[in-house]
Design a binder for this molecule. Structure first.
Ligand code: HEM
Length: 402
């Protein structure tokens, strides 16, 4: 069998997909010594690790705690269910279509207005890295003037989370961010408890199930998680959907003509170019995957990008095709027909509908502002990253509208 490429190597970060093919076929379960983790790559195994409650997220504690504190992502069982019940209502469809849609539209428009007359934009640096953070800050009802500060905290948190090489300066900066965010958020949380509005932060303060509420620390940790979980992911999803459509002009033309197809393009982008490639789980008892036994308490790394291109699950999996019929395009939680970019089961992305709404608003406005959008001369769109992945730059040109 061919040698399994190292998932921490620079070659892997440039092209993980050829490595995924080798893993799925020849090493569907293997031990990665530097990460001290088992690794799985087949759709069936990754989906099972997400759905089976024996796979906990306990091993996130030491990874997330120093930068976020204790978040919903580290919790399991009843504790997780209660916390999830407290935060989930604010991310439902009716809230998004009602209270928060204008917030999302306003933030997309503000960013597009900065470049719409110029005929050029570097989409990642000028739009997609800012838009999701601006939306979260605005939904929370925080000061618009503090966007730069949030952008810095966000950058520090994702650097901390992606710090696989364990650079001590990156780690120290992440821990400083935790202190700074707490100093900023705790007085505001106290203020909202006293004078609630109808913003997201007030809702989190008021949320109650059977007398249980989140503490100020819980809410602060959740805000920190929202920056990381809702920021980098949506950023990469927006630049990837645009890049994928630009390299498939006939599919871009179809989406431009019928905007309801954005939902399909989004789902297919999440399958073909998932923003998060690696997710960890920790089985609380011995489990068997792809013929091998994983002892209780070990770490299992689930390769979403590999599972999403498993030929046992998808027809012609290496092809980007928004019209494929083996994919659920509604984000309606029909696990059986979905990609794994939002995970599955208990920790299924609580912000999936928000992400979908953000991408639909952004794509509609971007297509309207750039009727003849094309990749800048000589540039070839490419994705980068092995842990999280997406285009690092996407320079575009267009003829400004009127
Ligand atoms: C959970 C992906 C957007 C908030 C997750 C998980 C994935 C994911 C894979 C599961 C993590 C795990 O099980 O270890 C994505 C992708 C997005 C996106 C690909 C964009 C395309 C968002 C947005 C928000 C958000 C916009 C909110 C602002 C969360 C939260 C969780 C989560 C709070 C934890 C849920 C729990 O533990 O029960 N997301 N996400 N995500 N996501 Fe997202």
């Amino acid at each position: 069998a061919p040698e399994v490429p190292d998932i921490l190597s620079p070659e892997f970060a440039t092209d993980p997909y050829s490595a995924y093919r080798i893993m799925r076929e020849h090493a569907p379960l293997f031990w990665h010594e530097p990460m001290q983790s088992y690794v799985v790559s087949r759709y069936e195994d990754v989906a099972r690790a997400f759905r089976d409650p024996a796979f906990t997220t306990a091993n996130y504690d030491w990874q997330l705690e120093p930068v976020h504190g204790r978040t919903i992502l580290q919790l399991s069982g009843r504790e997780h269910a209660v916390r999830r019940g407290l935060v989930a209502p604010a991310f439902r469809g009716d809230e998004l279509q009602g209270r928060f849609l204008p917030v999302i539209e306003r933030n997309a428009r503000l960013l597009i207005d900065r470049f719409r007359a110029t005929g050029r934009v570097e989409l990642v640096g000028e739009f997609s890295t800012h838009f999701p953070i601006n939306v979260i800050v605005d939904m929370l009802g925080l000061d618009q003037a503090d966007h730069a500060r949030f952008q810095r905290w966000y950058t520090s948190i994702i650097a901390f989370l992606g710090n696989l090489a364990q650079d001590p300066e990156v780690a120290a900066d992440g821990e400083r961010t935790r202190v700074e965010l707490a100093a900023y958020m705790l007085p505001i949380i106290a203020e909202r408890r006293a004078n609630p509005g109808d913003d997201l932060l007030s809702r989190l303060c008021l949320a109650e199930i059977d007398g249980t509420r989140m503490s100020d620390e819980d809410i602060k940790a959740f805000v920190s998680l929202l920056l990381a979980a809702g920021g980098e992911t949506t950023d990469k999803a927006i630049s990837a959907i645009m890049a994928n459509l630009l390299v498939h002009p006939e599919q871009l033309a179809a989406v431009r003509a019928d905007r309801s197809l954005i939902a399909r393009a989004f789902a297919e982008t999440l399958r073909f170019s998932p923003p998060v490639h690696m997710i960890m789980r920790q089985p609380e008892r011995d489990v068997t995957l792809s013929g091998g036994t994983i002892p209780a308490g070990s770490t299992v790394t689930c390769l979403i990008g590999a599972a999403n291109r498993d030929a046992e699950r998808y027809r012609d999996p290496e092809r980007f095709d928004i019209f494929r019929d083996d994919l659920d395009t509604t984000t309606a939680f029909s696990a059986a027909a979905n990609h794994l970019a939002f995970a599955l089961g208990r920790h299924f992305c609580v912000g999936a509908l928000l992400a979908k709404t953000e991408v639909e608003v952004a794509m509609n406005m971007l297509l309207d502002a750039m009727p003849d959008v094309r990749v800048a001369d000589g540039f070839v769109p490419a994705e980068q990253g092995g842990f999280t992945r997406g285009p690092e730059r996407l320079p575009l040109e267009f003829t400004p509208v009127g």
